[in-house]
Design a protein around this ligand. Sequence first.
Ligand code: NDP
Ligand code: GUE
Length: 297
Amino acid sequence: MSEATRIDGKAFAAKLRERVGALAEAFAETAGRKPGLAVVLVGEDAASQVYVGAKGKATVAANMESFEHRLPADTDEGTLLALVAQLNADEAVDGILVQLPLPGHLNEQAVIGAIDPGKDVDGFHVINAGRLSVGQTGFVPCTPLGCMMLLADRLGDLSGLEAVVIGRSNIVGKPMAQLLLDANATVTIAHSRTKDLPGVVRRADIVVAAVGRPEMVKADWLKPGATVIDVGINRLPPEPGSDKGRLVGDVAFAEASETAAAITPVPGGVGPMTIAVLLRNTLVAAYEHAGLDTPEI
Ligand SMILES: NC(=O)C1=CN([C@@H]2O[C@H](COP(=O)(O)OP(=O)(O)OC[C@H]3O[C@@H](n4cnc5c(N)ncnc54)[C@H](OP(=O)(O)O)[C@@H]3O)[C@@H](O)[C@H]2O)C=CC1
Ligand SMILES: Nc1nc(=O)c2c([nH]1)NC[C@@H]1CN(c3ccc(C(=O)N[C@@H](CCC(=O)O)C(=O)O)cc3)C=[N+]21
């Protein structure tokens, strides 16, 4: 078996951000304002700080307005809900993202439920989750939608393909499985109670790993020729003499590359797609709020 194709999510995301940026400029000319994205970060988690910074930069680079709200870790729920209400009412804000996870004393479902579903560009509100599950138009979570874009680009029609999603979270695994089902794949959702996970994964033409366990999926779990989408972002402990550990996915990339036909790397795979799709969803929200026809993107 020859070496797998490396699916270049970073390059795909850059192209998507460029298209979104051009459409955002056109939007501003018609609507007289830029699309706006508000990002709310509660607490000082180092990884979250990095992501929020990256989102802000990408937003501005795509000709959109970025509103960042950084709140202390001990912020009470009333204060956070009041901020969400203010952003819901703000006409300059088309999209609202509350960075997860929230500190333990805050109820995530209550906070996400307070976001106007029309501004929920993460697609985490129950209204958008419900719309996805019954086949209505709504905001689709960025990471799974980004994975679908990579799969469609790579494989075209997914009809009849065996897909195994490892992980069943509300933000990745479940919506991912729903999108694959909508694309007529035969979908299996695996999780921590799945028996014989390697055997289940071996059936798959498409494997999506969204677990959060470094390099868990091994080469001998894969059907030769499978397409592998690695959602996992795991920071390994630092090597002696270095202050930061390496970033790895949920798939043992080097060995899996010997068996798979195509695989996304970490970093440079799904992560950049998540941010590009967030901008795409914000653009769509802006067109909707302005009462304009949404361009195909
Ligand atoms: N690239 C990106 O843009 C993004 C990356 N991520 C990354 O994706 C990964 C998953 O994130 P998320 O969905 O939020 O994580 P969660 O922790 O919410 O969900 C993890 C899922 O994996 C399952 N699981 C855990 N251990 C095993 C195991 N040994 N075998 C099989 N299944 C297992 C869990 O099963 P059970 O339900 O039974 O507990 C659960 O369904 C993380 O590494 C995260 O950092 C997340 C969001 C965006
Ligand atoms: N409300 C909310 N929405 C989210 O979409 C959300 C969230 N909360 N909480 C955290 C997770 C994680 N997430 C990532 C986004 C980009 C990269 C990304 O760009 N990663 C780069 C590497 C970045 C680095 O070097 O650290 C890459 O994979 O190439 C990763 C992870 C969004 N999330």
